[in-house]
Design a protein. Sequence first.
Length: 347
Amino acid sequence: MSGADGFGLRADMAAFETRLQDLMTRARVPGLSLFAIRNGTRDMLSLGVRSTQTREPVDGETVFEAASLSKPLVACAALRLVDAGTLDLDEPLSRFAGPIVADDPASARITARHVLSHTTGLPNWRRDDLPLRTHFPPGSRFSYSGEGFVYLQSALERLTGEPLELLVRRLVLDPLGMERSSFVWLDVFSEAAACGHDGEGKVLSKFKPSRANAAFSLHTTASDYGNFVVAAMEGRLLSASTAGLWLEPQVPTPRGRFEALGPGPIETEPGVSWGLGWGLEPEDGAFFHWGSNPGMTAFVLAEPETRTAFVAFMNGDAGLDIVPDIAGHLFQGRHPALTWLELPQAS
């Protein structure tokens, strides 16, 4: 980092460390890795430890589980296939992957656009009391679905003949120099990976995926993911029209919840919509996403016009409680996405 603005951001973030450390203690979050960019100037901040057992410090090389921050990378790869003429956003995925639910005719109409905008009608994850089926007509409204991304993964793999890990590496990770990122576990992560911690501070078993999962298996660093967020703000990797479409509102979100499968009408959340892989705050021109695996949490918030953004990875179940203070430190105004996710706004 160089220049007066760079040193100013570094000093400002350093002064914020005491506040962050206090928040981490209260939330029982042992470690945090933060990428920040403000007015185009980048910085990194690493606090705490990778594991309360080993006490190894978090640093810029520490690998975290990105959880649902996996989804925007898969969205980017899919949109690159759209630019290449390989994928049609509005072609039913069943034409090359079969329907996701054999006895559900509506599921045969699900498209890539429906998956990326979370309008498939599928549950987030199937369970005994919430079967895998379309709970409303695809395309009619929003309900967040990891199942949809797994279906998209199957379709992309059949369409291209490549496993998701290699596809995303070719289309996104390698072009952006994201060398410490992977949808499957790499042995080189062993000495640098953060461990998850539950709400009581207990260290959880390390998640080491042997097969990619489009919804949640990405392992990465804050710096690597920061490169991806900057590329998204700048419209890199995609054509101008597709980059605009990525951040164009497709559907409003339901008020106070991200999964809404019951019968309508559904009240919508003021100021929050969904694009093709990102949550959006249209009035502020911002995009966001969050992630939560057992013991791991993550958040992204970015404003392309001001070239301001942050990526936060935390190895604690309650890590998202820290996010409003980070947002309040880097951005002006209040963010409806935080209200939607029921995160208390910083005072």
